[in-house]
Design a binder for this molecule. Structure first.
Ligand code: NAG
Length: 519
């Protein structure tokens, strides 16, 4: 009887610990959705009730998951042809350009907020949440969700921590020694004098552009959220304050992947949380191909954003010729079959990336260098050839090269020749493999797996009503005070006054003495 009571109590307690969580990941891209689904799966497994704003629906959703459709966001990306390889190669679009990215991303946010499904969610007074988790992507507009529901906000940052996200919860890292995951130049510290100057320049221009777009972002924030908050009797914080009111930032980063910069206490690095340790078995045909590859398998995938069929013909044919000469087996994830395909090359439209990387015969991964692919390659300990094209990929690949387990090959007319040299180097030299195994150890050797940390910290924020104890004091100090510029002004003023007084005294004395002499 007592036992039953305890079980019942435990059940009731566990029921009341089910939180209502809003997960906002509206970027229309497969890798962003993988990150969003990582949150959703883990929080559902922990027994919470999740509402998931996404352009890509999860199949067979369980009962405690509700999905809110923002598929219209795909149109924003389609309009600009931002991810067209031909245009990227001709440099007609530049996704390293920070201003382009700001604009693209606030357009996505706007498209999310005018979506009728989202407006319904915002304007229905019966909708309440215990916490909002929103992906930070170049703007902080989604902080308004927390304002409308009057609940804590958690930012999810999808790359290594950088200037723009850290300044939301603490302060920007010093550009003199920090790489910036969002900006193109993948220089690695220690920087030369000129690199340090250019880092400062990047830092300042990013600030400037951020300031430049603030007006537009504020307008999107206001028109998206203001009236919905009012309907609930809540006053929305001004955008300039709401963006700094997050309780926590969960970062898709880890020291095995990036730099050991110092982090505020409300930044929790959880890279790899999306990786399920129970990986699916390979489809039968791939399993056979990989098992039979005596000399190992090279896996080639340029990710999900780019249509590789748009690769110029000469590059496709050249790459195929390089593969032809190898004794290794190649699995190429590609949207079309290619003519003159050699025996050792297998083209698949869809590839279970994790399962391929996990196979003991996998010896090399040729990748676009997205952060998820980089994380997975460290997880499984596979050396890499990176072909970066946009956004954080340059930085990811350069970091991997610097860490010693990768080579970079740019996508241009020289690609086939460079690829050949890189493959020979990596396969002929065991140090790449040894290095990535070391990093893989660092990745796995944590006291708590990232999936557990994610759930723990989300619950911690709800239990402590926004974790105000984690808030960095740096947020409330203006920059000029942090740099003691006010003290500097005081000292300069003092010195100047002293200077004037001394000058006056000397003048007076000399005039007194001359007068004395005269009299
Ligand atoms: C800022 O966030 C905290 C913690 O979530 C919350 O309690 C507070 O109401 C927020 N401030 C405003 C004015 O919305």
């Amino acid at each position: 009887m007592v036992y039953l009571k305890i079980v019942l109590m435990a059940f009731i307690v566990s029921l009341s610990n089910a939180y209502k969580i809003l997960v906002v990941f509206p970027i229309p891209g497969a890798s962003h959705s993988i990150l969003g689904q990582g949150y959703v799966n883990l929080l559902l497994k922990a027994g919470h009730e999740v509402t998931y704003v996404t352009p890509i629906f999860m199949q067979n959703p369980p009962a405690n998951l509700r999905q809110i459709n923002v598929t219209d966001n795909f149109q924003v990306f389609a309009q600009g042809d931002y991810f067209d390889i031909e245009k990227l190669l001709r440099k007609e679009v530049d996704l390293k350009d920070i201003h382009t990215l700001f604009k693209l991303m606030y357009t996505v946010s706007k498209s999310t907020l005018i979506n009728k499904n989202i407006q319904k969610l915002l304007n229905d007074p019966k909708e309440e949440f215990d916490v909002v988790i929103a992906e930070w992507m170049f703007n902080e507009i989604y902080s308004g969700f927390a304002g409308v529901y009057g609940c804590p906000l958690i930012w999810s940052s999808s790359v290594e921590p950088h200037q723009m996200v850290l300044s939301l919860i603490d302060e920007a890292p010093n550009p003199a020694y920090s790489t910036n995951a969002l900006l193109a130049s993948g220089d690695v510290p220690p920087f030369t004098f000129m690199q340090r100057v250019s880092k400062l320049w990047e830092f300042v221009t990013a600030r400037f552009y951020k300031w430049w777009v603030t007006g537009v972002e504020t307008e999107i924030y206001e028109s998206g959220f203001r009236s919905a908050a009012l309907k609930r009797g809540r006053v929305l914080l001004p955008f300039s304050e709401a963006k700094y009111n997050a309780s926590l930032m969960l970062g898709n980063s880890h020291v095995s992947l990036g730099q050991a910069i110092r982090l505020p206490q409300n930044y929790i690095p959880i890279a790899g949380y999306h990786i399920d340790s129970n990986i699916a078995p390979l489809p039968e045909d791939l399993q056979k191909i990989m098992d039979n590859a005596k000399h190992g398998v090279i896996y080639f995938s340029l990710g999900t954003m780019l249509q590789s069929s748009k690769l110029p013909q000469s590059i496709k044919a050249g790459v195929l010729d390089v593969f032809r000469e190898l004794k290794q087996t190649v699995i190429w994830k590609f949207e079309e079959q290619l003519p003159n395909r050699p025996q050792n090359v297998h083209i698949v439209r869809w590839a279970p990336q994790q399962s391929i990387l996990a196979h003991p015969n996998c010896v090399l991964f040729i990748t676009h260098g997205g952060l998820l692919s980089t994380t997975e390659t460290i997880y499984w300990g596979i050396p890499v050839i990176g072909m970066p094209m946009f956004a954080d990929q340059f930085n990811n690949v350069d970091t991997a090269v610097h860490k010693g387990f990768a080579k970079r090959v740019d996508l241009d007319l020289e690609t086939p020749a460079n690829l050949k040299a890189a493959i020979n180097d990596i396969l002929g030299n065991p140090r790449y493999r040894e290095r990535v195994k070391e990093l893989s150890f660092v990745y796995h050797d944590r006291p708590v797996p990232p999936s557990k940390e994610l759930v723990h910290w989300v619950e911690h924020v709800v239990k402590t009503r926004g974790a105000p104890h984690l808030r960095s004091p740096a947020l409330d100090v203006p920059w000029y005070q942090k740099m003691y510029l006010d003290l500097l002004v005081c000292i300069m003023a003092l010195l100047f006054t002293l200077h004037i007084i001394v000058k006056k005294l000397i003048c007076n004395r000399s005039s007194v003495t001359t007068e004395k002499k005269r009299s």
